[in-house]
Design a protein around this ligand. Structure first.
Ligand code: ADQ
Length: 745
């Protein structure tokens, strides 16, 4: 079992240089850091072993090179951390610039705040590369690498290039926006960011919406389709899934009983002099909706004079990103609004808002959560929002009302809160009143349901779920019955091929010998394909059968001269080695005439699709059409064809790879292949194919045949290879081995 390597912009420890050139190390145990260490402890307790982990990230300040070796040493030995040092320009361009000035606003739908600076983008690429290099320097292929958040979106692919077999997960802590917003990024950047992400084996998001937006964006921008969140990427799979991040529930819940928290709560009680409290806690950020919250508080006071003096808003704001212009402006606006409200409604004995602008220690935060009668969490957009969950966890007396924005990821897990639209000031003001007047038994009912849920799915479960999923995608062989053809396996097949008296090879054409293309006419066999077929055909007692759904004259033109047998149009037209073409009895054309107009109607409804007619079948192609509309229209088409053909046995409707095919069921690859195998009396049979029609062939061949699927299971084949490249290598090995054997004889 390897280590867990966590990669994030910031290390959970900040290193600063004091005035006297002393280095100061300060741990900052955020939600992720303390959650992951809780996870590792639990794993260790359950498995009886110590799970090793290492954290890679920026130590938080610009550091002179003189101090770097010492810091590296200390971080490694005392904090299981590995620093990535950044220069001033890199922090500016990568962190403040591209991460917080472009990606952060864009992904939170504040696109008017976005800067589009080529220079910042270049820094982002440069720093992501630096992170990938740092990971590659220490990680091995046994380790699990977990990359976090929007600052490092290019890292998975950069790492994949260096470590093709690494197990890489990525989690995005902020929203993934809809495709319409994402495409505001210059196309080149957008594509590179997506390419960067899909280097991972698993990509996780907080909510189903973000997952869906991402899948849709990679379909539209990169052309990758998915099936239940799984995307086939050549020789590997990518999984995209939803993992709502939790908190350390027990840590918050139990902390309410700590002596220092109880003391702090007493203090609060005295200061508040029996008044009720509404709590608001955030990092300073325009996404958090602090100004709207204040306006709603103002409206509440204005419209509910009887509540004045009886309740107070505790507004805690943690300083953050003050170097970015928008944050500075917002800070002024908050100061001003707080001043105005306190000035207008406050008096000698009471101010409506207690404003704290600093990071508060854990004990004070828990005391505030556990003291407040209601929490006001009203972000305009928020990936998840952990404050909402922390408030719920700290309610130990069965009371407390959470007012929550429906724009926070947490809303989908906390529907028993008072959900509000953060853009509606009256709605928030009303919710404040409802919260203050909510009967106690209703409060308890709502809290119980929310506590149950977030207690079960806490941060440890979140990490477990993610890492378990990652293990499953990165090592799919564990659950698949087919065997991957390794180089050892190839050698074994080649030996059997050499030793055989009579050999028969069935090779599908498209997707097996050559790749796919938008135009079915343009996929001629390349030099390498022709060469290996020629070598195989020259061997004694060897028949190579190219089996395809294509028209016989096309195949004849491309490979007819080599001397291979050709089974065209799914077995309707056949030519065995050196013999004449044989056509099965003339087909019944009636269904073609009846069904063709339906296909043509769909050509009109889906620009880019077209109909191809073959002797025994009609094919509707949509590979070149809109990638989202295509599959929808295909499903509709299949439905209407099935309704129309009913239980006719003369025609079969087959949805395939970006095609819908109508064919005569009497002619399929399986029946023909079985017939040829019987005729040939071969003692070595291999069949290679990649699509649904090849499955007939795998099933139809006699026992003992070697059946190989190109691509992913499920399949009836016993073996599988990843790509056309692997097929050609296998065939070349066969030719090579047999040629040597011939020469020896
Ligand atoms: P943030 O935007 O930072 O996180 P949030 O999820 O609310 O937002 O987490 C804030 C954390 O900071 C909480 O754990 C809270 O206790 C702490 N905190 C807030 N105010 C504080 C104060 N005044 N003093 C001390 N501590 C304070 C990003 C995304 C979120 C997502 C998280 C996790 O923007 O949407 O939920 O990551 O994925």
């Amino acid at each position: 079992m390897g280590r867990l390597i966590v990669v994030s912009n910031r290390l959970p420890v900040t290193v600063t240089l004091e005035a006297n050139e002393r280095l100061d190390y300060r741990s900052s145990s955020g939600g992720l850091a303390s959650g992951l260490s809780a996870y590792l402890e639990k794993q260790a307790a359950e498995q009886g072993t110590t799970s090793d982990s290492l954290w890679i990230g920026w130590p938080g300040s610009e550091m002179d090179e003189r101090f770097q070796p010492e810091i590296k040493e200390r971080l490694k030995s005392h904090y299981a951390a590995w620093p990535v040092f950044l220069t001033h320009e890199q922090v500016e361009g990568y962190y403040h610039g591209f991460s917080n000035g472009t990606l952060w606003p864009l992904f939170h739908y504040f696109h008017v705040y976005c800067e589009f600076s080529e220079e910042n983008w270049q820094r982002y690429v440069e720093v992501n590369r630096k992170f990938a290099e740092a990971v590659a320097e220490i990680a091995t292929e046994d380790d699990t690498i977990w990359v976090h958040d929007y600052q490092l979106m290019l890292v998975p692919q950069m790492l994949r290039e260096k470590m093709p077999r690494a197990r890489i997960g990525f989690f995005l802590h902020i929203p993934f926006p809809s495709h319409d917003i994402f495409r505001l990024l210059p196309r080149q950047w957008g594509r590179q960011l997506l390419q960067g992400l899909i280097g991972a084996d698993l990509i996780g998001f907080h909510t189903y919406d973000y997952t869906h937006h991402f899948l849709r964006t990679i379909l539209r921008l990169l052309g990758f389709d998915h099936s239940m969140g799984t995307v086939a990427l050549g020789d590997r799979m990518l999984k995209v899934d939803t993992f709502p991040m939790g908190i350390e529930y027990n840590k918050f819940h139990d902390a309410t009983q700590l002596p220092e928290v109880i003391a702090e709560k007493e203090e609060l009680k005295n200061v508040m002099a029996g008044r009720q409290a509404i709590l608001s806690v955030d990092r300073l950020d325009y996404t958090k909706g602090i100004l709207n919250r204040l306006r709603a508080w103002e409206l509440f006071l204005e419209t509910n004079p009887d509540w004045r003096e009886r309740v107070k808003l505790i507004l805690i704001v943690v300083p953050s990103r003050e170097a970015v212009g928008e944050y500075e402006i917002m800070k002024h606006q908050i100061d001003e609004t707080v001043g105005r409200i306190n000035g207008q409604y406050g008096g000698v004995g009471w101010t409506p808002i207690a404003y704290v602008y600093r990071s508060v220690p854990f004990a004070n935060l828990v005391a505030a959560y556990s003291y407040a009668d209601a929490a006001l969490v009203t972000p305009l957009r928020d990936g998840m929002n952990l404050v909402a969950k922390e408030y719920v966890a700290c309610r130990t007396n069965g009371r407390g009302v959470l007012i929550l924005s429906e724009m926070a990821g947490a809303a989908s897990e906390l529907p028993e809160s008072l959900l509000i639209n953060p853009n509606s000031i009256p709605e928030i003001a009303d919710a404040i009143k409802t919260a203050l007047e909510m009967p106690e038994d209703e409060q308890r009912l709502r809290l119980d349901a929310m506590q149950d849920r977030i207690k079960r799915y806490d941060v440890v479960r979140w990490a477990q779920d993610f890492l378990h999923s990652l293990e499953k995608v990165a090592d799919p062989d564990a659950s698949v019955p087919t065997i991957r053809v390794t180089s050892e396996q190839t050698r074994e097949f080649a030996e059997r091929f050499c030793a055989a008296q009579r050999r028969l090879l069935f090779l599908d054409y498209d997707g097996t010998l050559v790749g796919f293309s938008g135009d079915p006419q343009s996929v001629k066999p390349g030099e390498r394909v022709l060469r290996v077929l020629e070598r195989l055909v020259k061997l004694p007692q060897t028949e190579v059968v190219v089996v395809s759904g294509r028209k016989h004259d096309t195949l004849n033109e491309w490979i007819g001269h080599i001397g291979v047998s050709i089974v065209a149009e799914h077995g309707a037209v056949i030519r065995r080695q050196d013999m004449e073409w044989h056509e099965s009895p003339p087909p019944q054309h009636k269904w073609k005439q009846e069904l063709r107009p339906i296909l043509e109607a769909y050509v009109d409804r889906l620009p880019g699709s077209f109909v191809e007619e073959k002797l025994y079948c009609l094919v509707w192609h949509y590979r070149k059409a809109d990638p989202e509309l295509g599959p929808l229209r295909a499903r509709e088409l299949v439905d209407s064809l099935l309704a129309f053909t009913g239980n006719q046995t003369a025609v079969q409707v087959l949805p395939g790879n970006k095609i819908v095919e109508l064919r005569d069921p009497a002619h399929n690859k399986g029946a023909v292949a079985a017939q040829i195998a019987t005729d040939a009396g071969a003692d070595f049979i291999v069949a290679v194919g990649d699509d649904v029609t090849d499955e007939d062939m795998f099933r139809g061949l006699p026992e003992g045949s070697i059946t190989i699927k190109v691509g992913r299971p499920p399949t009836a084949a016993a073996y599988r290879v990843r790509s056309q490249e692997d097929v050609l290598t296998l065939l070349e090995e066969f030719a090579e081995a047999a040629e040597c054997e011939e020469a020896r004889r």
